[in-house]
Design a protein around this ligand. Structure first.
Ligand SMILES: [Cu+2]
Length: 220
């Protein structure tokens, strides 16, 4: 009976090692998975997560917040991973890598996960004055090489038109930010009025990791 007992003990030790390794891996993954997004004005998927994350199967969303509804129906992971909309090794060639019509999904990064964010429609929009402060939240404290903020040209209609690079004007570009929880940029949207999309590129500093966020706003 000595041999089976020894095998059992070894098996228990083996199982314990496996559990500890799995815990360690999930801890590491948890850290690696935490990135960020534009939280003010809220990016499309961050806003959908904020408003509906605790109630995402509520059918009244289809009427109250139809673009969030279609995004939740398409892939819930776009909201659970609101902080994970990035590409790697773009080498600064954002316009070359991201096709027109796919700006809000970062060129469909991760396959179709974020593709519903590209769809034109009645996205809930934050009301802003034309001079406002934009906030990117960085849960992972990556730092930033730069932030670039674009706003759509006056006349572009995000409820019916797909967003392309030609629809955007660069309104702010920054230098580096040391790692912190949030980065803020003063944005001046000029004489724009009504509904617009604010498009942000966050170039993280820990590696070549580039983030792309669409936020819907209505300028007063
Ligand atoms: Cu990250």
């Amino acid at each position: 009976m000595a041999i089976p007992a020894r095998r059992t003990r070894l098996a228990r030790v083996g199982a314990t090692v496996t559990v500890v390794a799995a815990l360690f891996t999930s801890l590491l993954t948890g850290v690696a998975d935490a990135h960020g997004s534009t939280t003010d004005p809220p990016s499309r998927n961050y806003g959908c997560w904020q408003r509906w994350g605790s109630d995402f199967q509520n059918p009244t969303m289809a009427q109250q917040d139809p673009m969030c509804w279609q995004a939740w129906q398409a892939d819930t992971n776009a909201m659970w991973n609101w902080n994970g909309l990035y590409r790697e090794n773009v080498a600064g060639n954002h316009q070359g890598v991201i096709p027109n019509g796919q700006l809000c999904s970062g060129g469909r990064t991760g396959g179709m996960r974020y593709a519903a964010l590209d769809n034109p429609g009645q996205w809930k929009a934050a009301t802003k004055s034309r001079q406002f402060t934009l906030t990117v939240t960085d849960q992972a404290r990556h730092g930033a090489d730069y932030l670039r903020v674009y706003v759509t040209r006056q006349g572009f209609d995000p409820t019916t038109q797909q967003l392309g690079w030609g629809n955007l004007e660069l309104v702010a570009t920054t230098g580096r930010y040391a790692p912190a929880g949030t980065y803020q940029v003063a944005v001046n949207a000029g004489s724009r009025t009504g509904r617009h999309v604010v498009y942000v590129i966050w170039q993280a500093s820990h590696m070549d990791q580039s983030y792309y966020f669409c936020s819907d706003v209505i300028f007063q």
